[in-house]
Each structure stands twice: as C-alpha cells, then as structure tokens.
Design a protein around this ligand. Structure first.
Ligand SMILES: *Cc1c(COP(=O)(O)O)cnc(C)c1O
Length: 481
C-alpha cells in the first residue's frame, strides 16, 4: 500500500471502530484483537488468506440492506439498479479473468456454489428432458403423478467424486453431507503407493458406475489435476464434468495452472470460493458453459434467496485485483513458496503425502513423529503456528484425530514471505513436532489427543516467528488509533 492509502485505511478503520464501539464496545474490541492476533500468528491454513482493505471495506456498506432476488435486469424487488451494476461488473470480471462463457456470482459460499451447480446440472440433464417428455414447459404445469415420477427420477442420479481422505471435499459425495444423500454416490481415491490420482482407476470406476456427475477438485490434494483427462472420462460415460476449484482458483486466475491444468476450458461447470487463494471476500461463484448457463442462472430461486449484494460488490473489487499483473506474480510465488516449504520438510527427513507438492499446499504426515494430526495441530498452535489437522489417504486415525497436518502458502505469501522464510517455517514446525510427545489417557494408554510439548520450545518458536512476521507486516502502514 502507498503511504497515502495506508493513512486513509488507518483513519477509516479507526473511525469505523469508534462508531461500532458506541453501540457494542466488546465487538469493537474483539475486532481490534482479531487484527492483532492475525498479525502475530504464522497462518498456514491452506484455505485462508488476507483480503485487501479495498475488498474488506466494500463489504461494510448499505448494499447489505438491499434485497435483490432474481438476476440482473430481472429482479423480484424494486430499486435494484445499483445492485445490477455490481452484479454485472463482478460477473464480467469473472468471465474475463477465467475466460468463462458465463459466471454466476450470487452464491454465499463454496457449499452454496456446489449446491447451485448440482441442482443446475439436475435441472439441465434430468428435469428439462422430463418436462419435454410430458409436454410441460414448467414444473408448475405438472400433475401430482407427474411430480411424483419427476421426484423419483431426480432422486435417482449418480455422482462420482474424490473421497474425503484422498483430499476431496465433503460436498463431493461424502455420506453425511447433502451431496452424499441427494445422489447415489461413489468415490475415487488415490494410488495407495504413490498417493497420486490414478486416471485409469477413475476411468474404470466411471465406466462401471456411470455417474451423471463427475466431480474433480480437492481441498487437500497437494498436486495438480489433468482436467483434460477428467473431461475425456466424463465424455466417455456421458457424465457432466464439474470442477470445484475452491482451493486453487487463485492459481488458475494467476495463470500458474494453464492448458490441461486449467479447469475452465474443460469442465461444463466450475465452482469456487472467492476467499481462499483467490484472496477475495468470503463467498462462492459458479462458472459455466453457454449450455449450462440458463440453469445456473436460476440459482435463485432454485437454491438461493436474496444475494449478498455487499459481498458481490467485494467480489467485483477482488476480481479486478486478480486481473492485475501483480496477481500473477503473487500466484507464482504461492506455488514457488510451496516448493520451498516442501523441500524444507523433505531435507529435514519429514514425510509428505505424494512426496511433495506442485500446487499451494503440502500434506505433512506426522505419524513418523509418533503423533496424531490432532496432537500436532495443538502443539503447533501452542507455538503460534496455525494449521489444521487433515486425514491422509487410508488414515488409520480416522477423520477426527487424523495423521496429517495440512499447510498452505497463500496467506503468508500475501504478507511477503519468500523462499528463506518458508524454509525456516519448515524448520520450526519440525522442531515443534520432534519435541512433542503423545500424552496418556486416564487409563494409562496412549492418547490420540493429549500431548506434552518440550520445555521452552513454544517460546523459542514464537520468537523466531515474530522476527519473520515483523519483517513482513500484515496490512503494512495500517495503524489503529
Ligand atoms: C472450502 C471448500 C468448499 C466450501 O467452501 P465454503 O465457503 O466453506 O462453504 C467447497 N469445496 C472445496 C473443494 C473447498 O475446498
């Protein structure tokens, strides 16, 4: 930020906090404290980032007060001319940035975007042909008997997605999630030896299962995906290819993933969050081909109610930022830094799932330290290192305790961390884990949750981190009065 912008940002936030404090001082205080805490911690959560002050400020306006159900130029409420401006601009930036034929920017989150996508695919592939057969234009024309058979047909579809413990997301057909209930689902995993996606195995499963929807994309897979291959598999079995790029949208936007690794030219429907590597406001988005656009465009009323117009405005600002050359530099650094982090672990003898990374995250297998993911996550947090525990493929400790820790580079790269810092981060993490012992249960057996962190380790790591964090301040120049 330039000095002028820092000064403006500092006074804007200081004054905003005074306004808030006049009503509920504890919220103003918690907001100040959150900034202080984020500034003081080594944020390695792969799904988090730091949005710019422009993006954050855009969310705090009167657009929040406006109802705008419907689509641009076709609203169920009066007075939506400014929301129309906001939504059109956000969609235009998204189309241009990703080279997409169509963009829908209303979803409130990644999960919402996936629900919109699932129901759009069902509407396009199942409902519309059924209506045509019956000779109806609209579901309102159906008789009770027609409805009954349409419901059966809609509820009898198959989805094939990546399993949670291989790195997929719970919305990709995980049983307890609605995606695992609204579809008959099967999951593909990764190769048990290499940990890599095995496209032949995915193809074999698809041939046997014949899904309506093939979902690609992940939350915890440290490698790139060949979306051209996934599309070939989908085409062979007549499936719609849906790619959920929630985690790596920033790498697509920043042209680190191009050609076969760019999902947009290959998928029928692409969903994403806007707040992870893309560095925008919390929210979701759906990109689609012309063919799927009309059904995605009916996200409201199909799945959504009123859009969050203030967040759509912030999406437009963030997407405008992502179209600048500086975002490409950022995205490349995110990937380069993940290499540095991975090398930092490997050179110190730690185990990484798949043996490394070629995206923005690494999955550290902590079993060689004799720890569960839960113990590792907690011990690291004591030392000021914020991560999240994560299953590894075929995890012996299940989805709660886990055997892994997932680490990502997007947030600290935004702060300006580079190769040396990420190498040092790996060193500090290995130091914490090597000095952590599993605790014992009340009955005296080994605990999967409690742990004992060696004396002085937390303080040593905290002061080493503080040195790096001070060198790369979060929101440089932003000072609250
Ligand atoms: C984070 C994530 C989501 C969900 O996003 P929310 O905004 O938390 O609902 C969906 N899919 C994938 C692959 C994700 O990583």
């Amino acid at each position: 930020m330039s000095d002028d912008l820092s000064r403006l940002t500092s006074s804007a936030y200081s004054q905003a906090l005074e306004v808030i404090a006049a009503v509920e001082p504890r919220i103003a205080e918690a907001t100040r404290q959150e900034l202080a805490d984020q500034r003081a911690s080594l944020k390695l959560i792969a799904s988090e980032n730091y949005a710019s002050p422009a993006v954050l400020m855009t969310m705090g306006t009167w657009f929040s007060d406006k109802y705008a159900e419907g689509t641009v130029g076709h609203r169920f409420y009066a007075g939506c001319q400014n929301v129309d401006t906001v939504e059109s601009l956000a969609a235009e930036h998204a189309r241009e940035l990703f080279g997409a034929e169509y963009a829908y920017v209303q979803p409130h989150s990644g999960i919402d975007a996936n629900l919109v996508a699932f129901w759009s695919i069902l509407a396009h592939r199942v409902e519309s042909p059924a209506l045509e057969r019956i000779g109806a234009k609209n579901v309102s024309e159906l008789t009770e008997a027609d409805w009954e058979s349409l419901r059966k047909e809609l509820g009898n579809q198959r989805l094939l997605g990546m399993s949670l413990d291989a790195g997929g997301h719970l919305t990709h057909g995980f049983r307890p999630n609605i995606s695992g209930k609204m579809f008959h689902q099967q999951q593909y995993g990764t190769d048990p030896v290499t940990g890599l996606l095995d496209y032949d195995a995915v193809a074999a499963k698809a041939r046997e299962f014949k899904p309506l929807v093939l979902v690609a994309g992940y939350s915890a897979y440290p490698r790139r995906v060949d979306f051209a291959k996934m599309r070939e598999i989908a085409d062979e079995v007549g499936a719609t290819l849906m790619v959920d790029m929630a985690h790596f949208a920033g790498l697509v936007a920043g042209k680190v993933f191009t050609g076969d690794e760019d999902p947009v030219p290959h998928a029928h429907v692409v969903t994403t969050t806007t707040h992870k590597s893309l560095r925008g406001p919390r929210g979701g988005m759906v990109l689609a081909t012309e063919e799927y656009a009309p059904s995605v465009d009916r996200g409201c009323p199909m799945v959504l109610g009123g859009p969050l117009s203030h967040v759509m405005a912030a999406k437009a600002v963030a997407l405008a930022e992502a179209r600048q050359d500086s975002f490409r530099t950022y995205a490349q650094k995110v990937a380069d830094n993940a290499q540095s982090l991975a090398q930092g672990f490997l050179s110190r003898g730690a185990n990484l799932v798949t043996g490394g990374t070629d995206n923005h995250l690494v999955l550290l297998d902590v079993s060689s330290f004799g720890l569960t993911g839960r113990q590792a996550e907690s011990a690291l947090l004591d030392a000021g290192v914020v991560t999240n525990r994560n299953s590894v493929p075929n995890d012996p400790n299940g989805a709660w305790y886990t055997s892994g820790v997932r680490l990502g580079t997007p947030a600290l790269t935004t702060r300006g961390f580079g190769h040396d810092e990420f190498d040092r981060v790996a060193e500090l993490i290995v130091d914490v884990l090597a000095n952590t012992q599993p605790g014992t249960t009340k009955a005296g057996g080994p605990s999967k949750a409690s742990y004992v962190l060696g004396d002085g380790v937390a303080d040593k790591v905290k002061s080493a981190s503080a040195e790096m964090l001070d060198k790369h301040p979060l929101y440089p120049g932003l000072e609250l009065s």
